[in-house]
Design a protein. Structure first.
Ligand SMILES: NC(=O)C1=CN([C@@H]2O[C@H](COP(=O)(O)OP(=O)(O)OC[C@H]3O[C@@H](n4cnc5c(N)ncnc54)[C@H](OP(=O)(O)O)[C@@H]3O)[C@@H](O)[C@H]2O)C=CC1
Ligand SMILES: O=C(O)C1=N[C@H](C(=O)O)C[C@H](O)C1
Length: 271
C-alpha cells in the first residue's frame, strides 16, 4: 500500500509540533507539508527542526496552496475559524481532513458537515484511545442509571487553553446524554455562579479548571443518593492525541465522503 501523505495545519502549535514528530515515527505515513497562521513568525522555518526531531526539509508555509497536489489529506489542530476555512479548501481539493480543533460554534459545525458531503472528515474533541473508551463507558453508565444520579463533567487543562468546556468534556457529555436519551443542548448546565437555586434533576453539568501545564484531565461523575461513580482519564503526553490523529489519517485515506469520529476509527461505535 502506498504511503499516506499528510499536511499538518497548525504546525507551530503545541499539537502541530507533536504531530510532526508522530508522523516521523509512524510507518506508512509521510509529512507532505506544514502550514500555520499567515501572521506566524514561524513561516519559513523547518518544521522538523521546530518539533525537535532535526531538519526534515519541510518548511512552514502560510497556505495550503500547491501543497494539496502532493498530499492525500490534512491533520488540523488549529482554531475554529482556520479549521472551517480549511474544510472548504480540503473539500475543493479532494483531501481527507482530520480535525482535532475544539471550540466550534453551531454554525462552524454546520459548515464542516457541509464539507463532509464531498470528502471524508474525521472530527473528534479527543483523538486518544482512552478518552473514547471512557465516552463509551459513560454512555453505558448513563443508560443504566436513572435521573436520581446527577451527571457532572469536570475538566482541567493548562493555562494556555482558549476554549471551555473542553471538546472532550462536550464529547463525554454527549455520550452520557445519548445513554440517557436526552438532548444535551437542551439539558446542559454550563457554569454556576451566585444564587443558582437547586440543581435541576436530569441536567448534565460542566465545570472547567485552568492552570499550569496540565495536558488534559477529565471526570464523568455520576452522583447518586449516598454513592458516587467517577470515570476518569488523565492525559500525560500530547503524543497520545497525535498518534490517534495519525491513525485517523491512515483510516480516512480512500474512505467515502462523510463526517466520521474517532469512535468510527477505533471501532467503538457499538461498544
Ligand atoms: N482532539 C484532540 O485530541 C485534541 C485537540 N486539541 C485542540 O487542538 C487545538 C490546538 O491546540 P494547541 O496545539 O494546544 O494550540 P496552539 O495554540 O499551540 O496551536 C494552534 C496553532 O494553530 C495556528 N493557527 C492559527 N490560525 C491558523 C491558520 N489560519 N492556519 C494555520 N494555522 C493556524 C496557530 O498559529 P499562531 O499561534 O501563530 O496563531 C498555532 O500555531 C485546540 O482547539 C485544542 O483544543 C488539542 C489537543 C488534543
Ligand atoms: O487544548 C488542549 O490542550 C486539549 N484540547 C482537547 C479538548 O478540548 O478536549 C483535548 C485535550 O484534552 C487537550
Amino acid at each position: 500500500m502506498s504511503e499516506v501523505r499528510v499536511i499538518v495545519a497548525g504546525a507551530g502549535g503545541r499539537m502541530g509540533k507533536t504531530l510532526v514528530k508522530a508522523i516521523a515515527e509512524a510507518k506508512g505515513v509521510v509529512l507532505a507539508g506544514a502550514i500555520d497562521a499567515p501572521s506566524s513568525p514561524l513561516i519559513g522555518r523547518d518544521s522538523g527542526e521546530m518539533s525537535g526531531i532535526g531538519p526534515n526539509g519541510i518548511p512552514v508555509t502560510a497556505d495550503l496552496g500547491s501543497l494539496a497536489e502532493q498530499a492525500d489529506g490534512v491533520i488540523d489542530f488549529t482554531i475554529p475559524a482556520a479549521s472551517v476555512a480549511l474544510a472548504e479548501r480540503t473539500a475543493a481539493a479532494g483531501l481527507f481532513h482530520v480535525i482535532g480543533t475544539t471550540g466550534f460554534s453551531v454554525a462552524d459545525e454546520q459548515a464542516i458537515a457541509a464539507a463532509a458531503q464531498t470528502v471524508a472528515i474525521v472530527k473528534s474533541g479527543n483523538m486518544c484511545l482512552g478518552v473514547n473508551l471512557l465516552a463509551a463507558l459513560a454512555k453505558r453508565v448513563a443508560a443504566t442509571l436513572d435521573e436520581e444520579f446527577d451527571i457532572e463533567i469536570l475538566e482541567m487543562h493548562h493555562n494556555k487553553k482558549i476554549d471551555a468546556p473542553s471538546g472532550t468534556a462536550l464529547l463525554l457529555g454527549e455520550a452520557a446524554a445519548r445513554g440517557r436519551g436526552i438532548d444535551l443542548a437542551a439539558r446542559s448546565e454550563r457554569g454556576r455562579d451566585g444564587h443558582t437555586g437547586a440543581r435541576k434533576p436530569g441536567d448534565i453539568g460542566f465545570a472547567s479548571l485552568r492552570g499550569g501545564t496540565v495536558v488534559g484531565e477529565h471526570w464523568a461523575i455520576f452522583a447518586g443518593p449516598a454513592e458516587r461513580i467517577e470515570l476518569v482519564h488523565k492525559a500525560e503526553d500530547r503524543m497520545i492525541f497525535a498518534r490517534g490523529a495519525v491513525k485517523a489519517a491512515v483510516w480516512a485515506k480512500g474512505r467515502p465522503a462523510g463526517l466520521y469520529s474517532m469512535m468510527d476509527v477505533l471501532g467503538l461505535k457499538d461498544f
